[in-house]
Design a protein around this ligand. Structure first.
Ligand SMILES: O=c1ccn([C@@H]2O[C@@H]3COP(=O)(O)O[C@H]3[C@H]2O)c(=O)[nH]1
Length: 270
């Protein structure tokens, strides 16, 4: 299975719009893995998680044929995870239009409501699916179980367990320390890949996100509870410039614990 990290930043991106912090200045000078766009992942070219406004940039940068994507999952409705206006580009009059090639959209109430309202007056090729936490669905490309995140009290934010071609991926952002039902549900699972977040770096306080301590504690829990397969990999993504950590700083922190630091364009085979 191919896992392609399109973007690896939190909402603001790195270097961030309007920002002159040292991290953003350094990122501009150093370039490469320090340049981060808003978070999204593509699996086997057909299953995508989240749809930030940077998707056009991702498709051009990495030569991605977005029309191959059959299932699109949303974690929540924040604009760096769902920019519904760009879904219009797939509607009649904007793209080559083959009615039979449907893109299925999956999420909790709010993301699906935003998409269906925006597309209501268009001739489009989308199907909408409302997900409920812990209710497994069989999509066109995988078996998906939405899990509860701890992110924004104003909406139900989801994490995902993705089973495809005999492999299992846990997709674990945006969230602070997971709600108990999510930990309970993960017990007994066997993961080939866990994608975790570390939005806030060494900050002590973090609201709805993980800092370095939380990410490492999550890694320890997954390993100690035998949730990771022996050859399973852990990847960390979704970094804020406010954490003031460049790519090499993150590698120094995480590599010794066997955690891979994602960067924009990174591709893993699992
Ligand atoms: O305790 C906190 C909470 C939030 N933030 C930033 O605000 C951003 C909001 O969008 P996001 O959820 O993608 O990412 C978040 C971070 O970049 C932070 O640095 N520390």
């Amino acid at each position: 299975m191919k896992v392609h990290f399109h973007g690896t930043a939190a909402f603001e991106g790195i270097p961030s719009l309007f920002c002159h912090c040292e991290t953003c200045k350094q990122a501009k000078v150093l370039g490469g893995k320090n340049i981060r766009t808003r978070t999204s992942v593509l699996i086997d070219e057909v299953l995508k998680i989240d749809f930030p406004a940077d998707t056009l940039h991702h498709s051009i940068r990495d030569s991605v044929d977005m029309d191959k994507v059959r299932d699109l999952l949303f974690t929540h409705s924040h604009s760096d995870h769902l920019y519904p206006e760009d879904l219009l580009i797939r509607a009649f009059g904007y793209a080559q239009f083959n009615e039979e090639e449907e893109l299925h959209l999956y999420g909790h109430d709010l993301p699906i409501k935003h998409c269906s309202q925006l597309l209501a007056t268009e001739r489009h090729r989308f199907q909408f699916h409302n997900l409920k936490p812990f209710e497994t669905v069989h999509t066109q490309t995988a078996t998906i179980t939405p899990l509860l995140a701890n992110h924004d009290p104003k909406e139900t934010c989801l994490l995902y367990l993705i089973e495809k071609d005999g492999k299992t991926i846990f997709y674990g952002h945006d969230s602070g320390w997971f709600p108990k039902p999510t930990w309970d549900w993960l017990k007994g699972k066997k993961l080939d890949l866990a994608i975790l977040e570390c939005t806030t770096g060494n900050a002590e306080q973090c609201d709805g996100h993980m800092n370095v301590k939380d990410t490492l504690k999550t890694r320890d829990w997954l390993v100690e509870n035998h949730v990771m397969q022996a050859e399973g990999r852990i990847v960390v993504t979704h970094f804020s410039h406010n954490a003031h950590l460049l790519h090499e700083d993150l590698v120094q922190i995480f590599e010794q614990s066997g955690i891979t630091v994602a960067y924009d364009g990174m591709q893993l085979e699992i």
